[in-house]
Design a binder for this molecule. Structure first.
Ligand code: ATP
Length: 190
């Protein structure tokens, strides 16, 4: 029995990972570090995002810019997640609260990780420091952040909560949460 369940989990591929959290909390910073350290382990380095490219970002390199409809259709069908999984790669998704709710309706069973700021004041400071937002979009993001933080408190919303205070500490916690899946991928590949 153990043999079969192991075989099945290998055949299904590694469990996808969903990272979510308010804009400016440091998701891209953390995920880029992870991709760099574990080349060939994660199959989906760039997030599908519906926001407009920032100066210096290139479609398909930093992010895939897609319309909300296209992204929704892809997620609903489980297309890109399953194709990544079948290649023995961890599908890493950086998505917003709505995306998290949508994926919860599928049977993809990802690990849900919430990246959170130490405080709203620090989140605001990071967003301002990034110098990518107008005052209006900054206020909108902070408003959305409050709703996202409330959602993250709902029981069962996330499997793991990581406070991104000190970057190295948060990164260590992220690696720790993913250790088992990373080891599985490496074992199958070797
Ligand atoms: N632990 C940290 N301490 C201080 N600054 C940080 C930390 N983590 C990230 N930052 C900085 O905060 C800013 C926002 O980070 P980042 O762009 O990674 O956020 P994000 O969550 O990916 O945002 P978005 O969802 O808008 O893409 C960046 O300028 C980044 O360098």
């Amino acid at each position: 029995m153990r043999h079969f369940s192991r075989l099945f989990s290998v055949m299904a591929g590694p469990r996808p990972v969903v990272c979510s959290g308010p804009s400016g909390v440091g998701k891209s910073t953390l995920l880029k570090k992870l991709m760099k350290e574990y080349e060939g382990v994660f199959g989906f380095s760039i997030s599908h995002t519906t926001r407009k490219p920032r100066p210096g970002e290139q479609n398909g390199i930093d992010y895939h810019y897609v319309t909300r409809d296209v992204m929704q259709a892809g997620i609903d069908k489980g297309d890109f997640i399953e194709s990544v999984q079948s290649k023995n790669l961890i599908c890493l998704l950086d998505i917003d609260m709505q995306g998290v709710k949508n994926i919860k309706k599928t049977d993809l069973n990802p690990m849900f990780i919430s990246i959170q700021p130490p405080s709203m004041e620090i989140l605001e400071k990071r967003l301002r420091g990034r110098k990518t937002e107008s005052e209006e979009s900054l206020q909108k993001r902070l408003q959305t952040a409050k709703i996202e933080m409330e959602f993250s408190k709902e029981p069962g919303a996330f499997d793991v909560i990581i406070i991104n205070d000190n970057l190295d500490d948060a990164y260590a916690k992220l690696k720790d949460a993913l250790k088992e899946e990373i080891d599985k991928v490496k074992k199958v590949s070797s």
